[in-house]
Structure formats: C-alpha cells, structure tokens
Design a binder for this molecule. Structure first.
Ligand code: AHM
Ligand code: MG
Length: 335
C-alpha cells in the first residue's frame, strides 16, 4: 500500500512482506543503495565547483576532488555495498570483471548480486544536464556460501527481483520496483530524506513523444527510419514530439510520466547499438513493464534475452506498449 509522503524507510518496512523472499536482506540492500545515492547526489550537486575533468586517480591536497564523478559514483556504490556486506557480488559498467564479496561478518551468506551503472550519461555533467544511476538485483543461482560466479550475473532480466534508477535532476528521485508496481521517491535535500512523491507510476494510456539520437538516422535500419517517418507524419494524433536529452534515465523518466518511446537502435556503425543489456536495458525494461509499458530489441522482449557476456550491448526500444509494438512491426516488416 503506497501512501503519499511516506518516507522511503517507512515504505520499505511496510512493504517488506511483498518482497519475493522476505528475509529483510533485500530491504537492507535497497537501504544501502539509497544511502550511496545520497552521497553521489551531494557530489553531483557541486560538480560545477570542483574539477571533475581531472583524470581519475589524480589526488591533490583536497583528496578525492579530482576524481571524475563517474569514478566517484562507482567507488561509492561499491564501497557502500561491500562495507555493509549486504550482497555476495557486484558487477559494474565501470569495471571489466565482476567483484566477489567474501565478507568478514557474514561468511558470504548473502543471496543477492547487484549490477549497476553508477553514473549513466556522465558526459552530460559538464553542461549541467541530469544524470542517473541504474541498478538491477538478482538472487544468485550458485550455492550460498561459495564465491559468486559469472552465471550469477548472466541471468535473463525476467529473473530480476528488483530494479531502479536514481535521477539527479532538478529534484533527485529514486524510482524502483520489486515486481509490485513502480514507486518514485523525491529527496528532500534539507532533511536528507526521500518521500514517496510518485506512487504507482504508470505510463499514460497513449504516448506522443519519441526519443532517439536522430543524428544517427542515416545509419539506422530501414524499419527504424520508417517508424521515425511514421512519428513525423501529419495524421491522426501525429506528428509526435521529439525529445532527446541523451541521458537514458532522464529520457525514460520523462516518457513514463508523459508517455513516449525511447530508442537506441543498432546502426551500420554499431551492430548492437550502444546500451548495455545488464546495466541499462534489463533494469529499465523491468521498470517499464511494471509501469504498464514494454521493452524490446525490435524482435523480442528484452527481459527474455539470455545474456552471454557482462558488457553485452543490445538495440533498445522502451516505452508505451503500443509504441514499442509499432516500432517492432516496422522493423520486422522491413526485413
Ligand atoms: P554511458 O553509459 O556511457 O553514459 O552511455 C549511455 C548514454 C545514455 O544515457 C544515453 O541515452 C546514450 O548514452 C546517449 O548516447 P548518444 O550520445 O550516442 O545518443
Ligand atoms: Mg550507462
């Protein structure tokens, strides 16, 4: 039961019973993510004041100020989750390999792995445009008490137990799902508390926004070009509006609230598009579906894809269900 203005802490406690495996472990994990997100938020907010373009690893007398923010975000999430021994493994878009958490206190008895894109769209920071964090949580498939293995991370998205994003925007919001709808919490920076501001988030019945990097138009498959022309055609409720921030979290967040489709297709220069299945597409697909939308690679449901490597990329179409179905129709027709 989502009650507006509840704090995130209250909400987690009240809804713990809805979690698939209700041992309190998943609640503690989400609590750790909200804590790390506050630290990253604090740093992102002062990005214009510190030298974020300094190369990572350059330590000056102010300590970590010269670290790039994406490195800062990566370290903050990993440290928070590792120090609290709340998961048994972490995979990050910023790291080549996954991290095994052995644990001093818990003997590696934790059941969950986290996959994270610590600061998505970080190229937008220099121009003060919203960035985000995306996370995805799975129950491990190998035996508890042993070091995690690759197969714990390479699970299809339909095995996610929770997923969410944090948007560092005009307001900072944490939006997440555990498979029982999507709820959004806004951070009150004065109090450092997240309040339930967007209960039961759902896409509006119809969407009229398309979000794609049209600079790549000439390289898109014919079906995607045809769909873009369809969006632009003056017919029925079209042309649709084009909005592309170039920050996945912000584009998807806006489209959930206002109705629309986000697209990162494959192209003649990038065979699988740009976005990563495990850190970006699966969590966003879970959220979109829980909000009544859909996510596809043009042919199949994103969450049914069996990942073959940690940093695998896939074409991504995510938004209002009927818009995703329409682009699939155009793509498949043009084949
Ligand atoms: P990143 O993980 O390196 O930040 O890249 C992902 C970002 C998304 O947030 C955004 O939608 C996309 O890249 C924009 O890419 P492009 O500039 O090619 O349109
Ligand atoms: Mg990213």
């Amino acid at each position: 039961m989502a009650t507006k203005n509840q704090t995130l802490g209250e909400f987690i406690i009240e809804n713990q019973a809805e979690f698939q495996y209700s041992s309190g472990e998943l609640s503690r994990l989400i609590n750790s993510i909200r804590l790390a997100a506050k630290m990253v938020n604090h740093e992102v907010n002062k990005a214009g004041l510190v030298d974020i373009t300094g190369s990572a690893g350059n330590v000056n007398t102010q300590g970590e100020d010269q670290q790039k923010l994406d490195v800062f975000a990566n370290n903050t999430f990993i440290k928070t989750l590792t120090n609290r021994e709340i998961v048994c493994g972490i995979a990050s878009e910023e790291n080549d390999d996954y991290i095994i958490i052995e644990g001093q206190r818990c003997d590696n008895k934790n059941k969950y792995v986290v996959l994270i894109d610590p600061l998505d769209g970080s190229s937008n920071i220099d121009v003060n445009v919203s960035v985000g964090t995306i996370f995805s949580i799975y129950r491990r498939v190998t035996p508890v008490g042993t070091p995690v293995q690759m197969e714990d991370f390479l699970q299809p998205g339909n095995m996610q137990v929770a997923a969410g994003y944090i948007i560092y925007g005009t307001s900072t919001m944490l939006v997440y799902t555990t498979g029982h709808g999507v709820n959004g919490f806004t951070l009150n920076p004065a109090l450092g508390t997240y309040y339930l501001s967007h209960p039961n988030m759902t896409f509006p019945e119809t969407g009229r926004i398309y979000s794609v990097n049209e600079g790549n138009y000439n390289h898109f498959p014919q079906g995607v070009k045809d769909y873009i022309k369809y969006c632009q055609k003056e017919e029925e409720d079209r042309p649709y509006t084009s909005r592309y921030i170039g920050s996945l979290v912000s584009d998807i967040h806006r489209n959930i609230i206002k109705g629309g489709i986000y697209m990162y297709p494959k192209s003649s220069v990038a065979n699988n598009g740009k976005l990563r299945l495990l850190y970006e597409c699966n969590p966003m697909a879970f959220i979109a579906e829980q909000a009544g939308g859909a996510a596809s690679n043009g042919y199949e449901r994103i969450m049914n894809l069996k990942p073959s490597e940690l940093h695998e990329r896939v074409p991504f179409f995510c938004g209002n269900k009927e818009m995703v179905e329409k682009v699939e129709e155009y793509i498949q027709k043009a084949d």
